[in-house]
Design a protein around this ligand. Structure first.
Ligand code: IPM
Ligand code: MG
Length: 357
């Protein structure tokens, strides 16, 4: 029987509860399809700070590198909010993305039919379905540029730097075009090339990469316009290609079109086979431990893990189908509607597992 290794970074807040549900779903599929998964837990974020003093201990990086894939819950919480930037839980998340070379972040914003009424966007704007793929650059730009504090004219000041190299732009652009080829063959590049020099280099480079993809349509939007177009006419988008910070912002916006931030999964990929999979939402410390968190984004992330790291398209499709089916009757509080059963985090996990069996 084939054996796969997954390192679990459950993290903080609701992280452990939601990862547990995704593990249950993976185990059902392992039984069904005849493979075995060996799990290793490693510390990231606040729990790592409490145990070791740093948000990303070296053992965690090793445990991830030794795995076939990494499944992450979420990091952060009030308790660690006042720590200096490099010791915050979020620094651990950025650190692991960087240490594993995970430069390509795929964030599908898909609206599941039964959730259409949970979307704040009118039915006629959404149409029958919505399926956008945000391709976010994940290991460069302002998240990783030089930053600091200084004094300007005797006043305290701070700065962060947005910088991209041509190879960094080329490789993420290729990912976006390759993804588009398997979808509706349209890439919308989002930048701020009317103001930022880094965006002008970004756009020039995307245009060059596009020459190798004559079969894929390319258009460009400034990020402010893209934010507006996402709610005005989301169906114009197929693949959105964008930088680290713009992708962070636009994927949260896209999640609301899809009904709830509790529904959006993500895959962070490198040039190798190792991938890291996580919901796009945070650790939600306000609801942690209450059993009310929506585990579906994490379960869908486990589906992306099966698809991208294990090459198991069929099993991945079963996760997507089970999530779509469960939404017909059962909902966690974030997406609950009249006529549906209100279920807990674990009950939602069990219902998905029952459908997968
Ligand atoms: C995300 C999150 C992270 C990010 C935070 C927690 C550092 O918002 O994955 O979207 O900004 O990348
Ligand atoms: Mg974010």
């Amino acid at each position: 029987m084939k054996n796969y290794k997954i390192t679990l970074l459950k993290g903080d807040g609701i992280g452990p509860e939601i990862v547990e549900q995704a593990v249950k779903a993976l185990n059902v599929l392992a039984d069904k399809h005849g493979f075995h998964i060996e799990y290793t837990d490693a510390l990231l974020g606040g729990v790592a700070i409490d145990a070791t003093g740093v948000p990303l201990p070296p053992e965690t990086v090793e445990a991830c590198k030794a795995a076939d894939a990494v499944l992450l819950g979420a990091v952060g919480g009030y308790k660690w909010d006042t720590l200096p930037g490099h010791l915050r839980p979020e620094a651990g998340l950025l650190g692991i993305r960087s240490a594993l070379g995970l430069y390509a972040n795929l964030r599908p914003a898909v609206i599941f039919g039964p959730l259409k009424s949970a979307s704040p966007i009118k039915d006629e704007i959404i149409g029958d379905s919505l399926d956008i793929m945000v391709v976010r650059e994940l290991t460069g730009g302002i998240y990783f540029g030089e930053r600091g504090r200084k004094e300007v004219k005797g006043q305290p000041a701070a700065f962060d730097t947005e910088m991209y190299t041509v190879p960094e732009i080329e490789r993420i652009a290729r990912v976006a075009f390759d993804v588009a080829r398997k979808r509706n063959k349209k890439v919308t590049n989002v930048d701020k090339a009317n103001v930022l020099e880094s965006s002008r280099l970004w756009r020039e480079t995307v245009l060059k990469v596009a020459e190798g993809y004559p079969d894929v349509e390319l258009n460009h939007l400034y990020v402010d316009n893209a934010a507006m177009q996402l709610v005005r006419n989301p169906r114009q988008f197929d693949v959105i290609l964008t930088s680290n910070i713009f992708g962070d912002i636009l994927s949260d916006e896209a999640s609301q079109i899809a009904g709830s931030i509790g529904m959006l999964a993500s895959a962070s990929l490198s040039d190798g086979t190792l991938g890291l999979y996580e919901p796009i939402h945070g650790s939600a410390p306000d609801i942690a431990g209450q059993g009310v968190a929506n585990p579906l984004a994490t379960i869908l992330s486990a589906g992306m893990l099966l698809r991208y790291s294990f090459g198991m398209e069929q099993a991945a499709g079963q996760i997507d189908a089970a999530v779509a089916a469960v939404l017909e009757t059962a909902r966690t509080p974030d997406i609950w509607e009249e006529g549906c059963k209100r279920v807990s985090t674990a009950e939602m996990g069990d219902l998905v597992c029952a459908l997968l069996k």
